[in-house]
Ligand binder design. Structure first.
Ligand code: CMC
Length: 428
């Protein structure tokens, strides 16, 4: 018999099976807990709750290990490109040459967006945050492709939706940016590789030929790969829970974009650069800001530090820190906030407060400095995170459908009033 967990409640013993993952992670299966004991589990913020069995991403927060479909993140970031990683996450295996060519071609075929999307875009004030614009544009795809709403859509319809999303997302992101600048939009160019095409749509000026620097497209490929999936984080869990109601892929991804927007999640990359700029404007005294982050009466947190699951170096942060030095050097960019970031990191890693709580730099600590060197404006940083995370969200939504997971519906411990009688307004 497989290993069991024994739980004793009121002197009575109950046994529950223990599930073991491929990397020997253990989980107590409490699916029958309420039926057998009358109790539920209480775990605010899902800190110790496994919500699914997934074969997509493995993460060991104590060891600082991350892999997609078994491939270490370090190898993928160094040797692969974003589209290949997207294919791997979504379909489970690295593509053959022919599979890659077909995937790439289909993405090129679908990268244009319906001209009516411009009317939707025109409805937003130019000062709108691009994350809000992006989530609305993605959700608008449900109107252009209503067949995607069918909860029993065929595999072909689902696959078409997947291809459309990967193909149209860069166009939508770039159009949201152009709109915020009051400039005409650029159309996708088939012959350009995914990241180069994105940079063209972002920055080409109709009166000039825009050459994409290979240093820039390589850097972007690396950043997007590092963001491509991260198992059951806040936005991915949102995509899965929305998808579990049989909502469409577009609706689920749109919800994920909104979850990512918050400053404790993907929004942290914008917050980090704003924090570094503020520290610099304040004279660059990093000790003062470290002290603020430690002060429990001050709401300031060192943005880009700490993680729910990493209690060691975030492997993505290691890769990004190195890439940051390389890319800035190759592009000849000297951003003074880089030395402030390094000083903060060094001070925090030696400080008892951060050491005790196992707070290390996360993926967002250095990524904004690279985005800025690539010319991406600060309010677009979280949108870049969304562009990278898209294949992960899609893979997780697809897995949920394929394994026929039931609707997600947590329980609660009610702590409100006991039953009481209604009091008419005049007697209150
Ligand atoms: N600066 C100062 N103190 C911190 C920080 C920080 N950045 N992060 C955590 N702490 C402290 C926190 O105050 C708490 O202290 P105490 O035990 O004395 O109450 C302790 O460390 C544990 O923190 P927590 O908030 O209970 O941990 P959590 O797992 O709920 O939160 C987190 C994780 C990422 C939200 C948090 O570390 C944080 O707010 N970091 C800054 C925001 C950030 O960089 N977010 C990006 C995360 S990585 C990208 C992504 O995948 O989303």
């Amino acid at each position: 018999m497989s290993e069991q967990a024994e739980l004793i409640i009121g002197g009575k013993s109950y046994n529950f099976p223990i599930l073991v993952g491929t990397e020997n992670e253990k989980a107590i299966d409490i699916g029958k807990l309420r039926d057998t004991t009358g109790c539920i589990t209480y775990d605010v913020g899902y800190k110790n709750t496994g919500v699914t069995k997934s074969a997509i991403t493995y993460l060991d927060g104590e060891q600082g290990i991350l892999s997609y479909r078994g491939y270490p993140i370090e190898q993928l970031a160094e040797k692969s490109n974003f589209l290949e990683v997207a294919y791997l996450l979504i379909y489970g295996e690295l593509p053959t040459k022919a599979q890659y060519a077909e995937f790439d071609k289909r993405i090129d075929d679908h990268s244009m967006i319906h001209e009516d999307v411009k009317t939707i875009l025109d409805g937003f004030p130019s000062y709108s945050h691009p994350m809000g614009v992006l989530s609305s544009l993605i959700c608008s795809l449900t109107a252009f492709y209503p067949e995607s709403l069918n909860p029993n859509a065929s595999e072909k319809v689902i696959n078409d939706s997947i291809i459309r999303l990967i193909a149209k997302m860069p166009t939508m992101v770039a159009w949201a940016y152009k709109k915020s600048k009051g400039r005409p939009v650029n159309y996708p160019i088939r012959s350009l590789e995914y990241c180069s095409n994105f940079m063209h749509m972002m920055f080409a000026n109709p009166t000039e030929i825009y050459e994409v620097d290979p240093v820039v497209s390589d850097a972007l490929n690396k950043l997007l790969i590092l963001h491509a999936d991260h198992e059951q984080n806040c936005s991915t869990s949102t995509v899965r829970i929305v998808g579990s109601s049989m909502a469409s892929l577009y609706g689920s991804i749109s919800a994920g974009i909104n979850a990512l927007w918050g400053p404790l999640h993907g929004g942290a990359n914008q917050e980090v650069i704003e924090m570094l700029d503020a520290i610099m404007a304040d004279g660059g005294d990093t000790k003062k800001w470290i002290a603020k982050a430690k002060d429990k009466n001050d709401s300031f947190r060192l943005m880009g530090f700490g993680h729910r699951v990493y209690k060691n170096f975030d492997p993505r942060a290691r890769i990004i820190k190195k890439a940051c030095d390389d890319i800035l050097e190759k592009l000849g960019v000297n951003d003074p906030v880089l030395s402030i970031a390094k000083e903060l990191e060094e001070a925090a890693l030696k400080d008892e407060y951060f050491v005790e709580r196992k707070l290390y730099p996360n993926v967002d600590f250095y990524s904004g400095i690279i985005y800025r060197a690539l010319g991406i404006p600060t309010n677009m940083f979280t949108v870049m995170f969304a562009l990278g995370r898209l294949p992960g969200w899609i893979a997780q939504w697809k897995e949920l459908r394929e394994t026929k997971e039931p609707i997600g519906r947590p329980r609660q411990v009610y702590v409100g009033h006991n039953s009481r009688n209604y009091v008419p307004m005049e007697s209150r």
